[in-house]
Structures are given as structure tokens and as C-alpha cells.
Design a protein around this ligand. Sequence first.
Ligand SMILES: Cc1cc2nc3c(=O)[nH]c(=O)nc-3n(C[C@H](O)[C@H](O)[C@H](O)COP(=O)(O)OP(=O)(O)OC[C@H]3O[C@@H](n4cnc5c(N)ncnc54)[C@H](O)[C@@H]3O)c2cc1C
Length: 423
Amino acid sequence: MNGEPIDLAIIGAGPAGLSLGALLRGKPDQKRLGARFQIFDRKQSFSWHADQDFAHSKMLSSVLRDLVTPVEPTNEFSFLQFLHQNGRLAAFMNRGVMLPSRSEFAEYLSWCAGQLKEVSWSSEVSSLSITSDGNFWRIGIKDCLTEETSSTLARHAVLCTGWTPNTSDIEYPDCQQVFHSSKFWTRYSGIPQGSRVAVIGAGQTAAEIILHLLGDKRRIAEVLWFDSNPSPRLLNLNHFVKEYFTHEYGQTFWGRSSEARAKVLAKDRSVSHGISGAMFAAIYERLYRNTYHDGGPRLRTRFLTQVTRIAQENNALTIASQSSDANKCDIVDAVVIATGFRNEHTLLDQVAISGRHRLNFDCSVSTGKDHKAKLFVLNANFDEFGLGDGALSTIPGRAAAVLNAMDLGFRIEATPQELLVDW
Ligand SMILES: Cc1cc2nc3c(=O)[nH]c(=O)nc-3n(C[C@H](O)[C@H](O)[C@H](O)COP(=O)(O)OP(=O)(O)OC[C@H]3O[C@@H](n4cnc5c(N)ncnc54)[C@H](O)[C@@H]3O)c2cc1C
């Protein structure tokens, strides 16, 4: 066991874990600064979706939806503060852009992570259990470099472990040429020149990959685009549904009946599943140029088609699929599975909560027992907080609610923000 118990163990140093750290350290407030916490992450150093970052990748949310601003605009970890400290605020404002590139946002997140001395990199949390008196969480940690294990006690724990790549509906061989979109850049260099590449899925990431492939005429000969819908869908980013991406909407959603919540989740998928208008325009423009001017890769669409199996024979890959017309078979050199992410909580499963877990209003886990030590889950809870959960913008509000539920001797006083739609 490593030393004295800490107040709070944060598992994962992505935006959710960093937001908690930023709220604890980004304000000159003695009570907050007294909180003892540690953020554990299995990565060796900070990165944010680096394997899926393209030159054309833009944030889908405003710069004001950073780690702190929605609840605490004066916090030192804001995006504006990042711009200012790096001498770019004036130039950034002159551009008149509210959606920065993803690489600039990653740079901001890295700047935040670099200021939090409480982050332990290469530290994978491999087990989580409660002490017999119910007062502490025992956090089992594996050093990813040395494989050594240790443990620490914490009064409370927050799971900020993010999402897991989703490839579950497709049978595919374990080989270099078939990979999930989250490994794009790592695997792309292995794709030989003149390749035919298939992309499965029609979300924003799939579209970004298609745009990239269509622009790489040296390496790519042909792109095949598979999706089970008759055509790719437009991401619904209208002003009304933008309210989904607020902490306040999430709380309203939480209060609805489970039937109503299930209905919204089933009927409103266009809010989280689809492609932005700007990305459609860019792909169509690229197709036009490839066809009439530049002679770049061709696009073959396989819509209304469900990929069932990918098989490898020598160096070629055979894609078996079912469309409404017939069963089909395509031969390609590489396949990118861009079917998104799923919510998997392996650590939560270890604490033996039976059935589907139900989170409380403050993101704490209902264990059914009166333990002093609380466990929270941040940013992966569509069922409880709606389709906005999992996005950046809801994180600070939830992070503040989590900290306020911990009896740490301070409160983060965030003025509730009004919604204009009566959900
Ligand atoms: C390509 C892409 C672009 C996106 N763009 C936007 C956008 O523009 N706007 C928006 O609102 N949302 C966006 N999102 C959605 C969302 O904001 C991000 O997925 C965000 O990274 C989620 O933050 P997180 O901290 O919950 O999870 P993650 O960023 O996934 O971080 C989880 C961290 O936990 C660590 N970890 C996991 N398990 C363990 C363990 N057992 N022990 C130790 N460490 C562990 C991981 O290494 C990781 O660093 C995007 C998502 C993707 C994939």
C-alpha cells in the first residue's frame, strides 16, 4: 500500500479526468487546493485521439465548451487562458472561428495535463474494491512500463475511462490490414501504394477518413464505403438539440421516466450519429475534383449493405456483405472499421453491482449499500443523462456535481444556466 489515503482517485486522464483536476487546481482557493487527489492513466504521456486526427479535422463544439468554462469561466484552465498564455488570443479572435482544429484543442488539453502534477502516466488501474468497513476504495495499479503492481486507498473514486472501440458486429481476421479507426495513423503507413481500401461506417470519423483517402492519390486507388443505411445521414446540429450538450439538459433527462428516456435515445440518433454538413460538402467537392480535374481515387459506395465477415486470403481481403438485393463479395487490400465506440465499464463490473447500473443525479453509482466511500462515473452515461453525455461540453457541469457530492470541505458554486427549450 502506498502511503496515506488520498481524498480522490481519478481513473483516466482524458478530458473528463482533466476537468476534475482543472476544477480542483485552477482557482486560487485554499480549500480546493487542500484536496489530495491522483489521476491515473495507462498512457505514457498525454494524447487525445491522435490516431484519428486529420489536417481537416475540426472540433464539433465551440471553444467555450472546454474543461471549465461552462461552470467556471474564471478558472485558469480555460481555452481562452491557453490562447492568452501562448500569445495567440488576438490572432485567434481575428480569425473569427469558434470551432478550432482538433489538433489545437488537443494542444490545449495537453497544456492542461502538463500543469497537473497529480497525473501519474503509465499507471493502469487494474482493480477496484471497497474496504470491508466501506470507508475507502482500494485502487490496484499496474505500472505499464515495469509491470510492477501497487495499490492506494482513496476516500472516493471517479471512473473517467472513456469508451471502447466497437467492432463487435463484424467477424474479421487479426491482421495489420484490418483495423478500427482509432488506430488509423498507426496502421496507415503499412498500406501499400495503389491499394483498394474499404471503410465501414458513416459517422463523422468515417467521413474524415474517406476524405483523407480520396485526397491521397499516391497510395490509394479506390475507396469502398459500406454502410447499412440507404445513404449517409446528416448530423443534427440544430439550435434546439444543441441544448442536449449541456449539463442542465442531462439533469432534466435524468428525471424522466425510463420509457421516455429510452424513446428519446432510440428516435434521436441523428444527434450523435451522422456527418456534418461541412464534411459532406468537402467530400463531394473532392469527388468532383478527382473525377474531372485531379484524377484521384474513385469512390464506390455500398450503401444499404451490412458487412458480416472479412476474411484474409494471401494478401487480399474478402468482404462478405448482405444488401437488400443480394449477398455480395468485394476484394480489397485494407479495411478500416469506423463503427464507433461502445460503453464498457470493466472496472465497474468488478464492484459487483448487479443488473444495469443506475447512476444518481450526481453521477454516483447506486450500490444499494450505505458506504462512506463513493464511486462516480463521468461522461459515458447516455441512458441516464441523454445523448449529450460522452461529449466534451457536459463534462465540467458533471465534474462540478461529482466534486460537490464528496464532502471535501468546499463547493463549486456554478450558476445553473437557463435552457430556452422546455424539455
Ligand atoms: C475522434 C473524436 C473526436 C471527437 N470530437 C469531439 C468534439 O469535437 N466535441 C465533443 O464534444 N466531443 C468530441 N468527441 C467525443 C468526446 O468528447 C471524446 O471522446 C472525449 O475524449 C471523451 O473524454 P473522456 O475523458 O471521457 O474519455 P477519453 O478521452 O477516452 O479518456 C479516457 C482515458 O482513460 C484512460 N484509461 C482507460 N482505462 C484506464 C485504466 N483502467 N487505467 C488507467 N487509465 C485508463 C485512457 O488511456 C484515456 O486516456 C470526439 C471523440 C472522438 C473519438
